[in-house]
Write a protein that binds this ligand. Structure first.
Ligand SMILES: Nc1ncnc2c1ncn2[C@@H]1O[C@H](COP(=O)(O)OP(=O)(O)OP(=O)(O)O)[C@@H](O)[C@H]1O
Length: 516
């Protein structure tokens, strides 16, 4: 047969659209042409495939006109993942393997010049997408990628180390002798058994942080209600320490959450088995561009906010981030997703993260400090704090001050409460919210806010007065209400009372100019 079809998958966000690798061998001037919106890395496949076939002792059809089409043609394709399907297509079209036996299999893998298979990124995302669309196929993948893909329950994944390991499985009847087998090993081809990974996540403990009771309380509320948090304080007061420990206060990941989070990491080539079921804390530097933060490029790659999916996005030195990068956060903060539109296609990445931000109160960092005098002019302070736009600040539910710790507290204070004890309270409050409304308090929208907050009349009165005095937007008022509901949940109260609202109100009063 001179035409062969081999199935593979491209990557587009967390989707894995099907790609058919069509290989046609024709008589005519010898050539090797690759068509179908292939990126440079894919075009280089020609050289890799040619060498791999020859070095593996297989026959490369030199005297033929080889046309490889990656269909559909309008889908952008990157990386060397199509090397293996292209090589198999050539072998099938030239009769060296049995084309009919390839049905029901999908292949991905980069080839080395000797024919060894190298891992491809996004294997877990591919396997997860197949399960989501209920496509039952046998995935054939290189070592590294195969183990990732096999994490998805029910996935049928074969691991192949060398091109010959694959070829041996699809030989035509009686074709075994024609292959030089030396490079293929017995354990080269195997069906991976899905092995659940240990789910013992390890986080730094909150007990390391001395003092800072107010900030710890804010972290607990943020964890219980899914709220975003801004910490403000002088340099070295422990803001980064607190933020690094926040993920340890969140409930343990469910299997689905662990899979989704690992799939995004796998898309970026950052999957590590040791991080399994551990809520990620993504900490981009403040020089990060909007694309690095929210994702982008062609083909689109996930950004830091997606790598923080089901985890924490920690933005240290918040006002130092480029304005465009911060503004790009507004949409995913509300929706939990980010859509990246490129000329060729749109890709959607999940970005359901909790934001923890930290900043100094002024450029020198000591505004309002009891330890040191601030050297900034009122104008400098106003300009510094003004770098954060109102709409962005509005979206951060809790603002809390983290003052410098007096040396006596730092050196003499006993260790604080452990993360496990806080997490227990957080779990209880989250469970109360989920049982009542099926989502965290932060996710309440519109009518649900009125229905589920069960605000007592005195508390309503209190909030109205506070909102009017402080000139809050409707969004600010609603967000305060959601925080109050979380405080009530932590206290085990059925209704939201004045004390809960009063505490919530003070979490929106931290940012102040030099006159305050
Ligand atoms: N409350 C605390 N308990 C124990 N150690 C602390 C505390 N606060 C600060 N430290 C010590 O100070 C170091 C610096 O803290 P950290 O980096 O968290 O400060 P920061 O507020 O984030 O500073 P910056 O604004 O410069 O980023 C910590 O590594 C720790 O050793």
């Amino acid at each position: 047969m001179s035409l062969a079809l081999v199935q593979s998958r491209a990557l587009l966000g967390l989707e894995a659209p099907s790609v058919t690798v069509e290989v046609h061998l024709a008589n005519g001037l010898p050539s090797f042409t690759l068509v179908g919106l292939a990126d440079v890395e894919v075009k280089e496949a020609r050289e890799r495939v040619r060498s791999a076939l020859q070095n593996a002792g297989l026959e490369f059809p030199h005297n033929k006109r080889i046309t490889v089409n990656l269909a559909p043609a309008d889908l952008p394709k990157d990386s060397g993942r199509f090397d293996l399907p292209i090589a198999l297509g050539i072998l099938a079209a030239s009769g060296q393997i049995d084309a009919s036996r390839l049905a029901g299999h999908e292949f991905a893998g980069e080839l080395s010049l000797s024919g060894q298979l190298r891992p491809v990124r996004g294997a877990l995302a591919t396997s997860l997408a197949l399960r989501a669309h209920q496509v039952a196929v046998r995935l054939v993948l290189p070592p590294g990628s195969a183990e990732e893909a096999a994490l998805v329950p029910g996935a049928q994944v074969y691991r192949a180390r060398h091109l010959l390991d694959v070829v041996r499985q699809f030989l035509p009847a009686g074709g075994q002798e024609s292959i030089d087998d030396t490079a293929a090993t017995d354990e080269g081809w195997c069906l991976l058994q899905p092995a659940p990974l240990a789910t013992q996540a390890v986080y730094a403990d909150l007990s390391d942080v001395k003092g800072q009771a107010a900030a710890k309380r804010a972290l607990e509320i943020a964890a219980a209600g899914g709220h975003s948090l801004l910490m403000m304080g002088p340099p070295g007061s422990g803001k980064s320490m607190l933020a690094q420990r926040f993920a340890g206060l969140l409930p343990a990941m469910t299997m689905e959450e662990a899979l989704e989070s690992a799939a995004v990491a796998s898309l970026a080539g950052r999957f590590a088995a040791g991080q399994w079921a551990q809520r990620p804390t993504s900490q981009p530097h403040h020089t990060a561009s909007a694309v690095a933060l929210v994702g982008g490029g062609s083909p689109p790659q996930p950004g830091e906010i997606s790598l923080a999916h089901h985890g924490v996005l920690f933005l240290d030195e918040l006002p130092e981030f480029p304005r465009a990068a911060l503004e790009a956060l507004r949409e995913p903060l509300e929706t939990g997703r980010i859509t990246i539109a490129r000329a060729a296609r749109r890709a959607e990445f999940p970005a359901c993260f909790q934001m923890v931000a930290a900043m100094n109160p002024c450029p020198c960092g000591f505004l309002g400090s009891a330890q040191r005098a601030c050297r900034c002019t009122p104008d400098q302070v106003a300009r510094y704090q003004g770098k954060l736009s109102g709409p962005l600040l509005d979206r951060i539910d809790l603002h809390v001050e983290v003052p410098a710790l007096p040396p006596t507290d730092l050196l003499d204070a006993p260790p604080g409460e452990a993360s496990a004890a806080v997490r227990e309270r957080v779990d209880r409050a989250r469970l109360a919210a989920i049982t009542r409304q099926g989502k965290t308090n932060q996710a309440l929208q519109g009518q649900e806010i009125d229905t589920h907050t069960a605000l007592e009349p005195a508390a309503t009165q209190f909030l109205q007065t506070a909102a009017a005095r402080l000139g809050w937007s409707a969004r600010s008022t609603h967000r305060t209400l959601k925080v109050a509901r979380t405080i009530a949940d932590l206290a085990g109260a059925a209704s939201t009372q004045v004390a809960h609202v009063a505490e919530a109100v003070q979490y929106r009063r931290v940012l102040r100019g030099p006159a305050a």
